[in-house]
Design a protein around this ligand. Structure first.
Ligand SMILES: Nc1ncnc2c1ncn2[C@@H]1O[C@H](COP(=O)(O)OP(=O)(O)OP(=O)(O)O)[C@@H](O)[C@H]1O
Ligand SMILES: [Mg+2]
Length: 515
């Protein structure tokens, strides 16, 4: 394995990389850095959480002339939070180089951004819509841009963004280096990219699967109405350090975060209709750990790097297999372990197979936990807590009182009472969740041999795991009002292209969210 000091980096970059705690380059960094430093166009593909940001950040910074105060590079990212995060990572790498990156994204005061641009940052990290705003206002000088990087390139070259990207790439100098990065790079996107690049070389870190093997992938076969109770039980059983729950629509995210907080969980939601200030506040709280659960649309699916995210829940299936890869990739980053749970309703089974065919990895079936499973887990955690206190805390000032109690009451009764006190209470407060319609297949999956949905494992056809659960579910399902979805199938993706269309007609890019 190579070391960073074998890559011929400038002293100030090497120092910053070591400060960041990076010992050796990841495979994508090892391959991309020397090639990118030659100035050629590249398409870089590697699994989620494997350091693609530094893979383009390091060679980019080697190229930036620190005494030249013009904007020399443009990095485009699909979401505001990602633009911010990438600018922060670039600034950490640039720490000793006297080079600055600025984030330019929608929902933030444009005047503040204009003032920021006047301070002569050499690198701009932007979302496309807001960047176009600045282009029109002539508040960014494009003449000296020598490098353009598309992070999450497949997303950036997809339907919702492609025209913006085309416009931007026509405006920046054609004599430039163009770099594209993503964990997923569908063939059709690679074809589109040829238009914007000069004989690009593809560097794909080949793995058997598209997803990293440090993520344990599981799925649950359940009905729409049973999802919420299953989620709460999984939360109670696993007690994730930090977790992200993905829902399909903005309404879903609102309802789900409300429902979880009614049930006593520490949760906030994030989606594209929220004020930017609030989005950033929620994310900051989540990163600090002052909220443990983030409920999100696909606005949080790509690129976000939050350490401590141990669990990802796909409460609703994503719209395409690529989104699945990115969503679950919010855990299991930089070699850490993670686990993902994907909820699949009966009409979505074929879709699950399409995801597996695309990612070339299998999800393990997880039985839907029962009320009893969750209860047992809560008692186990309470017992651990008691034992922990008994072993570590100073309790002798209570021992006399304890002795007295033991003389009067049965020891088992007393410990049971103590356990009851420390057990996290479950709530069955009523919550409202509108049904989401199942994800529809866009294309047929390739015929996979041995389908897991053979006749005898079909729910309702005598499978023991389903028969036994039926009873307990009918209780919990009462909590849901029988409201049927109305217009609920409107997806984030559709909204994205809606926004795009709106943008096109209104010519106002500043306040629209990209997802
Ligand atoms: N060489 C390295 N050694 C150790 N950690 C690293 C190294 N390079 C990057 N990292 C860390 O790994 C984490 C993931 O990096 P990054 O966000 O760049 O991944 P990515 O490949 O862009 O993932 P995604 O596809 O989800 O966007 C970050 O916390 C980053 O600081
Ligand atoms: Mg990334």
């Amino acid at each position: 394995m190579a070391l960073f000091n074998e890559l011929g980096l400038q002293e100030e970059l090497l120092k910053a990389v070591l400060d960041m705690g990076f010992d050796s380059p990841t495979p994508i960094q090892e391959q991309i850095i020397p090639l990118a430093m030659q100035g050629i166009d590249l398409i870089g593909q590697a699994q989620t959480g494997t350091g693609k940001t530094a893979a383009f950040g390091i060679p980019l910074l080697s190229k930036i002339e620190k005494d030249n105060k013009a904007v020399q590079a443009l990095i485009l990212a699909p979401t505001r939070e990602l633009a911010l995060q990438v600018s922060q990572e670039i600034n950490r790498l640039a720490k000793y180089k006297n080079v600055e990156a600025i984030a330019i994204y929608g929902g933030e005061d444009i005047g503040k951004q204009i003032r920021g641009l006047k301070k002569n940052p050499q690198i701009v990290v932007a979302t496309p819509g807001r960047f176009m705003d600045h282009m029109r206002r002539n508040t960014i000088n494009l003449a000296n841009i020598q490098t353009v990087i598309l992070d999450e390139a497949d997303e950036m070259l997809s339907m919702g963004f492609i025209e913006d990207i085309e416009t931007i790439l026509q405006e920046v100098p054609s004599e430039r280096q163009t770099l594209l990065f993503s964990a997923t790079m569908p063939k059709r996107i690679q074809a589109v990219s040829q238009k914007f690049m000069k004989s690009p070389q593809t560097v794909a870190v080949k793995n058997k699967t598209m997803t990293v093997d440090t993520i344990e992938q599981r799925y649950l076969d359940l009905k729409e109405k049973d999802k919420f109770d299953a989620l709460c039980r999984l939360m109670d059983i696993h007690c994730p350090e930090l977790s992200i729950i993905f829902g399909r629509t903005k309404r879903r995210v609102d309802e789900l975060s409300e429902a979880l907080s009614i049930r006593g969980y520490d949760v906030e939601g994030i989606h594209g209709d929220m004020k930017q200030e609030r989005r950033e506040k929620v994310l900051r709280k989540f990163k600090r750990g002052s909220i443990k659960i983030l409920v999100a649309t696909d606005v949080a699916a790509r690129g976000l790097d939050i350490s401590g995210v141990s669990h990802v829940f796909n409460f609703d299936l994503p719209q395409d297999p690529e989104s699945y890869v990115h969503r679950i990739g919010r855990t299991g980053r930089a070699g850490q372990k993670g686990i993902s749970f994907t909820f699949v309703t009966p009409r979505e089974r074929e879709y699950l197979e399409l995801i597996e065919d695309t990612t070339k990895s299998k999800m393990l079936k997880q039985h839907v936990p029962s009320i009893g499973d969750a209860k047992d887990a809560r008692y186990r955690q309470a017992a651990q807590k008691l034992i922990g206190i008994a072993e570590s805390a100073k309790t002798h000032d209570l021992e006399e009182a304890a002795q007295k109690l033991l003389e009067e009451y049965d020891a088992v009764k007393l410990v049971s009472a103590a356990l009851k006190m420390v057990t996290k209470q479950s709530s069955d407060a009523p919550v409202t969740l509108t049904d989401e319609s199942p994800v529809r297949m866009k294309k047929k999956p390739m015929k996979s041999s041995g389908s897991r949905y053979s006749k005898d494992s079909k729910p309702g056809s005598g499978s023991s795991s389903y028969k036994g659960k039926g009873k307990s579910y009918s209780n919990s399902s009462k909590k849901y009002p029988a409201s049927k979805s109305q217009g609920s199938s409107k997806t984030e993706r559709a909204e994205k292209s809606d926004n795009y269309r709106k943008r096109k007609t209104s010519h106002n890019h500043s306040n629209k969210t990209t997802i």
